[in-house]
Design a protein around this ligand. Structure first.
Ligand code: PEP
Ligand code: MG
Length: 367
């Protein structure tokens, strides 16, 4: 028969599911991740990051798109990427049949897609030493130097990249709509949602939303996607009342909200000074792990309250790492979110804690 321990855990989670008000979604980028998340009880994908889909063997295509000097070059890169993206989205929408899948438009900093400056510089220097023409390498070196940023995480990423690289977001939106149409034609029930990263002002979302709607309207049978935004730049939280009327949903990106709110680099703090801060008791646990009602949590409360006041239909979730942290789940319940989204293996814990929060048990005092 069944393992008694697993049986008991299953009963416990069922009990929590019966009580909790928070939905529990998962962050998943592939069909396999989504399958795993579903088996662990996730009732949606709260964040599908599309960036890994542009790395590896597809990287040359992305380079070609970003560094294109002619419309033909740009268009041929976009056409190739469209086919690949459509297949990616069919996979994840099929795995989550009947459940929402929030697909985030491309986010990472530009430099991740560009060939490394030093490699190019070395190639050009070698060619010149040998008295050869560095040709395309020299042109690429100049282009990459032009785009070089001192602080890429505060630079050309997220919505900014989408507004600068013509056709990029439109290609992704078309891929989502065509994938949904295909899944539906095959008898499935896809629920894609389109999420814009790194919004800091309502004007950015206005421009991108208009572009998204325009593309959706041109795809037969694929035009029902809800459109929403990450709230991860502090200014977005502080202007949530302006943004909410043109968003179907908000999803808090607590990783970036913490980075920008505290002014701590996500990529550097752990080794640089966190252990000293923990030792001194400046905080008891890394702010990148856990969130409460103070500080960054206040930004969240402001955005929830002002967002809901401006748009009562707004769905609000969180998809940063904190979405699967037990204490933070209690805070997200208290502040009135609709769902948390976390990595698949943390889904059971999030379900349990959401249930405990609803019956008033456990967690740090979060309100
Ligand atoms: C976030 O910033 O919290 C987030 C979910 O996005 P990413 O981690 O991909 O920046
Ligand atoms: Mg982010």
């Amino acid at each position: 028969g069944e393992d008694p321990l697993l049986w008991a855990v299953g009963r416990l989670l069922q009990h929590a599911d019966g009580r909790r008000r928070l939905g529990v979604h998962a962050n998943a980028d592939t069909g396999d991740d989504a399958d795993r998340a579903r088996r662990l009880g996730a009732t949606g994908v709260g964040l599908c990051r599309t960036e890994h889909m542009f790395l590896g063997e597809r990287r040359p295509l992305v380079e070609r798109l970003i560094l294109a000097t002619t419309d033909e070059e740009r268009q041929s890169a976009l056409d190739a990427l469209l086919l690949l993206q459509r297949a990616d989205f069919i996979e994840i929408l099929t795995a989550m049949d009947g459940l929402p899948v929030t697909i985030r438009l491309l986010d990472p900093p530009l430099h991740e897609f560009l060939p490394p400056l030093t490699d190019l510089a070395v190639r050009v220097a070698r060619a010149e030493e040998r008295g050869e023409d560095p040709g395309a390498d020299a042109a690429m070196l100049a282009a990459v130097q032009r785009m070089h940023e001192a602080n890429p995480m505060l630079g050309l990423r997220g919505v900014r990249l989408g507004l600068v690289v013509a056709g990029l977001f439109a290609m992704q939106v078309r891929a989502i709509a065509e994938a949904a149409a295909q899944v539906r034609a095959d008898g499935g029930d896809p629920h894609p949602e389109i999420m814009v990263p790194l919004i800091g002002s309502v004007q950015e979302l206005e421009v991108v939303r208009a572009e998204i709607e325009q593309v959706l309207s041109t795809v037969d049978g694929g035009s029902e996607a809800r459109i929403g935004t990450m709230i991860e730049v502090p200014r977005a939280a502080l202007t949530a009342g302006e943004i909410a009327p043109i968003a179907d949903f908000f999803s808090f990106g607590t990783n970036d909200l913490t980075q920008m709110g505290w002014g701590f680099s996500r990529d550097d703090v752990e080794s640089a000074f966190f252990s000293r801060y923990l030792e001194l008791g400046i905080f008891g646990v890394s702010p990148f792990e856990s969130i409460d009602a103070t500080g960054i949590g206040r930004l969240i409360r402001i955005a929830v309250d002002e967002g809901r006041a401006a748009n009562p239909q707004l769905t609000i979730g969180v998809c940063g790492e904190h979405g699967g942290d037990p204490d933070s789940v209690h805070f997200f319940h208290a502040v009135g979110l609709d769902y948390v989204s976390c990595s698949p293996y943390r889904v059971p814990v999030a379900r349990l804690e959401a249930g405990r929060a609803a019956v008033g048990g456990g967690g740090s005092d979060s309100r």
